[in-house]
Design a protein around this ligand. Structure first.
Ligand code: NAP
Length: 267
């Protein structure tokens, strides 16, 4: 039986085991997906065990998306440009790294917006998810701007990728607003106005928040009240999980099964 799992610390609350195990079962793939909650001090030993056959593939989450790259035999060009790996494939002890986060993000947008070419997209945040967003949106031909609470980080990211950047006060309207900060996780009392004013928000057509806990974030709630089209974070999660499944199994993922598991686990 093939073994897969999520590498993170913490990792216990991940939705990936439920989603991937349901997909394996639906297609009668002889595989199981577990949780590898590994402290940083044990990472090197853990990767050694993976190479020795402990796992055929990994999902990678915080805090390992960047550091895991040091241990891989090869890293795909897009993952290297983003600077993060969220998927590992183990081929007989040769570990290859991929990034499916930006693909998931783009698919979630494209299924609502259609082509991203020439669309003006504003990314909020300058962390790992924002890097994936800027890379992915640029790759699809969008006109990108990136803005962050700590403006210097957004400006550095903007310079690296050749896009516009600044602080949160510099945000102006556009076609798509893509929220990638962890604000709702770090501060349960945070409001929309801590990120963007309603006046600027109403100038967007589509608002996507990549956070899915809570599923309906204050931003999504406000955008809906203003009559804007919205995309919640589980759509990105779903699409990145589909690409992971396909990298590991070479089979087309059972999207509806995976969608249902997510719907049953999130509200
Ligand atoms: P990260 O690297 O730690 O970056 C965090 C970002 O959030 C930084 O830009 C930080 O700004 C900003 N931030 C934090 N608290 C804030 C606050 N109170 N007000 C304004 N900005 C604040 O995190 P990440 O890896 O990019 O992940 C970001 C979020 O995306 C997480 O919630 C994660 O769960 C979610 N995510 C979802 C998916 C999915 O499949 N849907 C995939 C990946 C990640 P400063 O630079 O000013 O500190």
């Amino acid at each position: 039986m093939k073994q897969y799992g999520i590498l993170g610390y913490p990792a216990k609350h991940s939705l990936s085991p439920a989603v991937q195990n349901a997909a394996f079962k639906a297609l009668s793939v002889d595989a199981q997906y577990g949780v590898f909650e590994v402290p940083m001090a044990e990472l090197a030993d853990f990767i050694g065990e993976v190479k020795g056959g402990l796992a055929d593939g990994l999902s990678v989450t915080a805090p390992y998306k960047e550091v895991v790259m040091e241990y891989l035999s090869e890293v795909a060009g897009d993952a290297r440009a983003i600077g993060a790996v969220n998927t590992v494939v183990n081929n007989g002890g040769v570990l290859s790294g991929y990034n499916t986060d930006y693909i998931g993000m783009n698919k979630a947008l494209v299924e609502v917006v259609g082509s991203l070419k020439g669309r003006r997209a504003v990314v909020l945040g300058a962390g790992g998810a924002a890097r994936a967003a800027v890379y992915g949106l640029k790759a699809e031909g969008a006109e990108v701007g990136v803005y962050n609470r700590t403006a210097s980080k957004a400006l550095a990211l903007a310079e690296e990728f050749g896009v516009e950047g600044g602080g949160l006060d510099d945000v102006r309207g556009g076609d798509i607003l893509l929220q990638t900060t962890s604000i709702w996780m770090d501060d349960v009392d945070a409001g929309v106005e801590d990120l963007i004013s309603e006046e600027v928000l109403r100038e967007f057509e589509v608002v996507m928040d990549i956070v899915y806990k809570p599923l309906i974030t204050p931003l999504i709630e406000t955008a809906r009240r203003l009559g804007l089209r919205t995309i919640t974070g589980e759509r990105m999660f779903l699409h990145q999980a589909i690409v992971q499944f396909e990298l590991w199994t070479g089979q087309r993922a059972p999207m509806e099964v995976m969608e249902k598991v997510l719907a049953d686990n999130l509200s």
